[in-house]
Design a binder for this molecule. Structure first.
Ligand SMILES: Nc1nc2[nH]cnc2c(=O)[nH]1
Length: 161
């Protein structure tokens, strides 16, 4: 179930995705929140430099591994504008983070990119549950997913893409 608190954090993720787009990166943003509701870290996509592993969910998993105890990690929630890719889901699982809440799903993203004529990436489009056993996952949220869709449309309609 998605709560008002979840929506607040997801809206921040969409803002971070907008920031990424403004900087020429792919429009994705994520926030890590502790079990008592404190925002611990946030990031957006940083692939414009050419390193396509620079996803915010991956950065947050590594931040959590360096800065949180195993108990703190399992109690923490990752909010994200788009469902984790398999690389980031694996990192999330390996470091033992908890719940994931996303605004838009990977299935939605694949559908939107198909409509925009964007070729599928080499990395397969797996759901988080296909990568992490017993994952606790909520999403998508239709009104926020529409905003993410618009950011993707803007990103892929830029000159040179
Ligand atoms: N969730 C997510 N999916 C992606 N696909 C390509 N880049 C990203 C990213 O930064 N986050």
């Amino acid at each position: 179930m998605i709560t008002e608190v979840d929506l607040k954090h997801l809206k921040r993720c969409v803002e971070l995705a907008e920031t990424a787009l403004e900087k020429g990166d792919e429009p994705f943003g994520s926030v890590l929140v502790s079990s008592d509701g404190e925002v611990l870290a946030e990031d957006h996509n940083h692939v414009a430099g050419g390193d396509h592993t620079q996803h915010p969910e991956f950065a947050l998993a590594r931040w959590a591994a360096e800065n949180l105890t195993p108990d703190e990690r399992s109690g923490a929630t990752v909010y994200t504008s788009g469902e984790h890719c398999p690389m980031c889901a694996a990192a999330h699982g390996w470091v033992g983070l908890g719940r994931i809440v996303y605004a838009s799903s990977s299935e939605q993203l694949a559908e939107w990119l198909g409509e925009l004529g964007v070729a599928p990436s080499r990395v397969r489009n797996l759901s988080i549950q296909e990568v992490i056993r017993d994952a606790e996952v909520d999403g998508p949220v239709p009104e926020l997913a529409e905003q993410v869709r618009e950011l993707q449309r803007k990103f892929h309609s830029r000159a040179g893409r």
